[in-house]
Ligand binder design. Structure first.
Ligand code: FE2
Length: 191
């Protein structure tokens, strides 16, 4: 069964869970990059570099959390910066769990921690009101991906039988907005 979600972290775990190995150090490194006050693209590259250097092992989640949820990709909010400048979430993806097709209100960076998810990219054809496939790229453990608006329409999902774990950084307070998504797209996909 395919399940999709718009990833709404507000209903998920506490804003700061103590004792998550490696997360505090990662948050400090992300904070340093975000405070450099550059444009979105440069900030995303800096945050991607911080993630690459300090990617924690999957054990920052408990064994139960790493199993995921039967209903949807399971989000775990790890940190929301008090000034609202960024949020850090983990997501556990079971087989064939997908986001809806969406874009974002701000820059985002994500990293594979366990298993592999894929990212399907799209472009909006305003004339035909259809989505044009613009590529698929895998995100295995250790890989880092950046998406910076505009031109950031995508969906993420797990095609594999084993659960996958990813870390996501968004340049906003996702609890205030309820999601990082600017818009979801239920348009036909051109073949
Ligand atoms: Fe996204």
């Amino acid at each position: 069964m395919t399940t999709t979600t718009t990833l709404q972290p507000a209903a998920q775990t506490a804003s700061r869970a103590p004792g998550r190995a490696g997360v505090e150090e990662l948050v400090a490194a992300i904070r340093e990059e975000v405070r450099r006050a550059r444009d979105w693209g440069a900030t995303a590259v800096g945050v991607a570099d911080a993630l690459q250097k300090r990617l924690p092992p999957p054990t920052f989640l408990t064994a139960a959390e790493r199993e995921g949820s039967a209903d949807r990709p399971a989000g775990h909010r790890l940190h929301v910066e008090p000034d609202g400048s960024f949020s850090l979430l983990a997501i556990v993806w079971r087989h064939d769990q997908w986001t809806r097709i969406h874009d974002h209100v701000t820059w985002c960076v994500f990293a594979g921690v366990q298993g592999e998810i894929v990212e399907d990219l799209f472009q909006l054809d305003v004339t035909s009101e259809a989505l044009m496939p613009a590529g698929r790229r895998g995100c295995p453990a250790g890989a880092i991906r950046c998406d910076v608006p505009p031109g950031d329409i995508h969906r993420l999902g797990n095609r594999h039988s084993a659960p996958a774990i990813t870390l996501h950084v968004y340049g906003t307070d996702v609890t205030r907005l309820g999601s990082s998504a600017r818009r979801t797209y239920d348009l036909p996909i051109a073949r």
